[in-house]
Design a protein around this ligand. Structure first.
Ligand code: DAH
Length: 348
């Protein structure tokens, strides 16, 4: 076997140095290795110094190879340093005293929170929660609620019409949750009925701080023997107290909705200023805050449902969840709720 040449020696010590570098566990190990290999007393430097003792014909090639080896080792050293600093390599890189990376916690949407609050109160008052379709038939959204085609009352609800898939009847995105009154009565031949119906509704209208094209409502329907306007008032009074505080009063003023008679608009007294502040953000100085529509179910609707209107009466109410949420949460623009901005949503 021939003796190892000086060039072979370079290769051997390059391999060995690389192997030892891989064993380095922390920055102390790395520094020791650096001094031993690349430092002034290191093995690479020693090889450079030894050039003069070599036969002249191989000096040039030897010098070139040592330089190449040094470059490789320097870059291996840099990689090892980077690895150790980012904790890829060493158990030592875990510093348990550093603050952790915070985990982002999810939460309920502010509208979900208020919808649940509303339904919780009605559940305690004995109402069962049911849901209905968002794609609705013309007849349920309007006709059966005594809003025939061409009736001016239709203008109260700007409508998103859908393609006429079945030519029998036009489909639409429901403009309110009231159609579920009809659907539920049709499915339940005998009262009593006490339901709360949450759900999304859609309006084909321009948006501004108080109008959105999509909104949530909660509808109420109670049908039984001997239900009167006093039951409606008592139910909403108790609901208002549980939602807005034990001192709340409600006021009912006459209003028109085709499916109730009489129809009312319900307001609560201002929980912020009692009407004493002219520029109150809640009531604008009026002392009252309009919250919802309600009324006694029209006798025609009771009859159409197959109930005897001389025996059964009932009340209905419909409220917008966003409107109530805005009041409770101090939100001044309804469009914030569904804009999906984290900076808004993370406040709740
Ligand atoms: N559905 C009505 C609307 O969206 C609100 C309403 C008014 C519902 C009176 C009722 C009611 O049940 O009795 O404008």
């Amino acid at each position: 076997m021939s003796e190892a040449t000086p060039l072979d020696m370079i290769k051997t010590s390059l391999d060995q140095a690389k192997q030892r570098l891989e064993l380095a566990q922390d920055s102390d190990d790395l520094e020791a290795w650096r001094l031993e290999v690349l430092g002034r007393q290191g093995s690479v430097t020693a090889m450079m110094r030894g050039i003069g003792e070599l036969p002249p014909e191989i000096r040039k090639e030897f010098g070139k190879q040592v330089n190449l080896a040094r470059k490789q080792l320097e870059s291996a050293y840099e990689d090892a340093t980077a690895n150790i600093n980012t904790g890829n390599h060493s158990s030592d890189a875990l510093d348990a005293t550093l603050p952790g990376t915070p985990t982002l916690r999810g939460g309920l949407h502010p509208i979900t929170v208020v919808r649940r609050q509303i339904l919780d109160v009605f559940t305690r008052l004995g109402f069962t929660t049911v849901e209905g379709p968002e794609v609705e038939q013309d007849s349920y959204n309007f006709g059966k609620l005594r809003i025939p085609a061409d009736h001016p009352a239709r203008d109260m609800w700007d409508t998103f019409w859908l393609n006429e898939q079945n030519s029998d009847e036009k489909l639409l995105l429901r403009t309110h949750t009231s159609p579920m009154q009809i659907r539920y009565m049709e499915d339940h031949p005998t009262p009593p009925i006490r339901i709360a119906v949450p759900g999304r509704c859609y309006r084909y209208e321009a948006t501004d701080a108080t109008h959105e094209w999509m909104l949530e409502q909660v509808e109420l329907l109670a049908i039984d023997k001997g239900i009167t306007l006093a039951n409606l008032k008592g139910t909403l009074q108790e609901w208002a107290r549980q939602m807005f505080g034990a001192k709340r009063k409600i006021m009912m003023r006459h209003s028109y909705f085709p499916f109730v008679e009489p129809g009312v608009e319900v307001a609560i007294d201002c929980f912020k200023c009692d009407g004493s502040e002219r520029d109150c953000g809640i009531c604008r100085g009026s002392g009252w805050l309009e919250l919802l529509g309600a009324g006694m179910v029209h006798p025609d609707i009771i009859r159409d449902a197959g109930y005897d209107p001389t025996i059964y009466t009932g009340f209905a109410a419909g409220m917008g969840v966003e409107r109530i949420a805005m009041v409770l949460q101090g939100v001044t623009d309804i469009r914030h709720y569904h804009s999906n901005r984290f900076s808004f949503l993370s406040q709740f």
